[in-house]
Structures are given as structure tokens and as C-alpha cells.
Design a protein around this ligand. Structure first.
Ligand code: AGP
Length: 367
């Protein structure tokens, strides 16, 4: 079928705006709202017996895997190894029989990820695949197929596939925790409830598009930009930096907020904007103290937080972007929206080809 941009200027913008709907659609496949339960497709192996998970992916899909590592370890207490696919195959990974190898891919055709899947298959791993194209090679080779229901993604910069991956991975983490006997029905109901809040919160995040567009000119002239986050928001910093690099051609790096003082803080001056991803919550204070280290050295900060966080730490920032207050579980889904929009508006301000950035292919089918 022909896919058009509708009222949108670019496919990327359309796909960013589709997220509340497609994430809700994806969650419907993995949550039973009435029963307050998470659910998975039928499996011919015992999920509760999984002792180790190996996650392999590339690019944005890899960052979704990094977020999932926090969830699998926190909720299910299962140790997780994670690698980019191009490294995984060549490091001779230790894969004990019966381990779960989890591959994450929008296209299901990324050559490095597919080769890694076959490597894991040969090492007797159970193969689980989170994939957006249900007819893809990876989908066909999976023992456990976990589709994202994002619909076709046209923009080279992945947006809606990423947040749908996060939705599936959060549900998988909860299923694993339940299979391990680590979730009470009340805790499971709470997870279902928090995840169900995701789409509305993402919609609210989209409501701040105008503010983000208005501040894009502060970032567009920069040569370098740093993104900082902690915990599950650290991969969001990496994702924010990747989005900006891909479509605006501005050099950007994501860092764990606490790592700043171990080197990158040497880069700080008024010409390097620092985007701080810091929802209020258990990690907020620590991240803010890293942010203040940046400000003390003349660094210009854009703080992305909720009203509470902005009230506490927004003073002295170059700009703030307000998000709804959300449970930490869904923060990565919600905070994906402003980092995508920021990259998008900076790219539009610079006049780059947003949907087809130079040198990039939508799916990398060569190793
Ligand atoms: C994301 O914006 C990129 N274009 C790229 O990093 C992408 O996520 C990566 O190539 C993996 O693709 P896949 O999800 O189709 O395997």
C-alpha cells in the first residue's frame, strides 16, 4: 500500500506523532487490561527456567536493549549481557545451553544482527526476536517472535519502532519476573497500570512540540552537543545523541551523567550545549549534581524534566523542556519524544534531508 505523509512535512515527523497510537496498539498485544496481567505469545520452553539473557542489536535497537537490561535485572533478577551485533560474533561469547538470546530489530534484516542470531542458534540458545517486520528473516528464525506493531517505518531515523520495542521489552521483563515467581498480582497489576499510562503521557509530551521547535535554534549552530542521563535514561542520552548525529550532522555524544567528571567535562564551554535527561525520581538528585558541575564550568544546559524537577533545578538552565510526571518505568518511552523532536527541529532548522540523511540506509544488509 502507498504510505503518505498526511499533514506532516516529513515521514519522521509523522512517525513521531504516531507513537501514542502505535505504542497503545503494541501494548494491547502484551497486556490483558481486564485481568491486570501481562501476556506473551505461547512458548514451547519454560521462561521461568531462563538463567541468563544475551541481548544483541544495532543502533537504536541496541539502545532499546540497554534500557531492557535495567528492567530484566530489576524485575526478574536475571543477569543480562548486551552487545552490538558486530562485536558479539567476534568476541567468542560464552553461551551456556538454555540461555535466552534476544535480538531486537526494526527491519529484521540487519546483516550483523541476523548473523549474530545464527551464531546464537548454533550455540543452542533459545532465540527470541523483537521485530517490526513480521515477514522478515529474523521473524522466521525465531523460537519466540515478539512483534512490535509500529506499522511501516519510512524515516531512516528510527522513532516509533524504538518506543514500540520498549513497550514489548517492558512486558517481557514483567512476564519473566512473573515466571520466576517474583511478582505478586498487585505488583503485576501496577506494572500493567503504569504501562497503560504510557500512550497518554507520550501524547502530553507531544504537546510540547512548539516549545522544542522554538528552542531548536539554540542547538542548530553548535558543533558538538552532549547528552547526559542516568540509569535507564542513560541509553536515552545515547539515543538522543544518535538521532541528532544522524539527521542534523552535529557531532553529539551521550554519556552516563556520573562519567562526565572522568573526562568529557574537559569539553565543556559555552559553545557545547548539554542536554540533561532527568525525570524526577530516585536518580534525580545525582543527575542534577552532575548538571551543576557542568554549569559551574560555563556549560549551557537544556534540562528535560517534569514540573517538579524543573522547579527544583531549572534555574540557570539555557532552556527547559517540561514532561508530564511519570512512573520511572515509562520514563524512557515518554522522554524518547522530546529527544526525537529536538533532533527533528534542529535538522529542519539546518535544512538537511530529514527522511533520507546522507550516507545512511534504512536497513543495513551488509556486514
Ligand atoms: C536508527 O535511527 C538508525 N537508523 C539505525 O541505528 C538502526 O537503528 C540500526 O541500523 C538497526 O536497524 P534495525 O533495527 O532494523 O536492525
Amino acid at each position: 500500500a502507498m504510505i503518505d505523509k498526511g499533514n506532516h512535512r516529513h515521514f519522521m515527523q509523522k512517525e513521531i506523532y504516531e507513537q501514542p497510537v502505535v505504542v497503545a496498539q503494541t501494548l494491547r498485544a502484551y497486556l490483558r487490561r481486564m485481568e491486570n496481567e501481562v501476556a506473551m505469545p505461547d512458548m514451547d520452553f519454560d521462561l521461568g527456567a531462563v538463567k541468563r539473557i544475551t541481548i544483541v542489536a544495532c543502533g537504536t535497537s541496541f539502545y532499546a536493549g540497554m534500557v531492557a537490561k535495567y528492567w530484566f535485572e530489576k524485575f526478574a533478577r536475571v543477569p543480562v549481557d548486551i552487545d552490538v551485533a558486530s562485536e558479539f560474533r567476534y568476541r567468542d561469547p560464552v553461551l551456556e545451553k538454555g540461555g535466552l538470546a534476544l535480538f531486537i530489530s526494526q527491519s529484521g534484516e540487519t546483516a550483523d544482527t541476523l548473523a549474530a542470531l545464527r551464531h546464537a542458534r548454533a550455540a543452542d540458545q533459545i532465540i527470541a526476536v523483537v521485530v517490526n517486520v513480521p515477514t522478515s528473516s529474523m521473524a522466521r528464525e525465531a523460537d519466540l517472535l515478539l512483534p512490535t506493531h509500529a506499522g511501516p517505518e519510512i524515516g531512516v531515523a528510527s522513532t516509533k519502532a524504538f518506543t514500540c520495542q520498549l513497550a514489548v521489552l517492558a512486558a517481557l521483563a514483567a512476564n519473566l519476573a512473573r515466571a520466576k515467581g517474583l511478582l505478586t498480582p498487585e505488583e503485576e497489576a501496577e506494572i500493567v497500570w503504569h504501562l497503560s499510562e504510557g500512550p497518554a503521557a507520550m501524547n502530553e509530551a507531544l504537546g510540547h512540540d512548539g516549545d522544542i521547535e522554538a528552542m531548536a535554534h539554540l542547538i542548530a549552530p553548535a558543533r558538538d552537543v552532549l547528552y547526559l542521563g542516568r540509569g535507564p535514561d542513560y541509553p536515552m542520552a545515547l539515543e538522543g545523541a544518535l538521532k541528532l548525529k544522524e539527521i542534523s550532522y552535529i557531532h553529539a555524544e551521550g554519556y552516563a551523567a556520573g562519567e562526565m567528571k572522568h573526562g568529557p567535562i574537559a569539553l565543556i564551554d559555552e559553545a557545547v550545549p548539554v542536554i540533561v535527561i532527568a525525570p524526577s525520581g530516585p536518580l534525580f538528585e545525582k543527575t542534577v549534581s552532575n548538571m551543576q558541575e557542568v554549569q559551574a564550568r560555563g556549560g549551557k544546559v537544556v534540562l528535560i524534566s517534569d514540573a517538579e524537577g524543573i522547579a527544583l533545578a531549572g534555574e540557570g538552565c539555557m532552556a527547559t523542556i517540561e514532561m508530564p510526571k511519570v512512573h520511572p518505568l515509562i520514563a524512557p518511552l515518554v522522554y524518547a519524544v522530546p529527544v526525537q523532536l529536538l533532533a527533528y527541529h534542529v535538522a529542519v532548522a539546518k535544512g538537511t534531508d530529514v527522511d533520507q540523511p546522507r550516507n545512511l540506509a534504512k536497513s543495513v544488509t551488509v556486514e
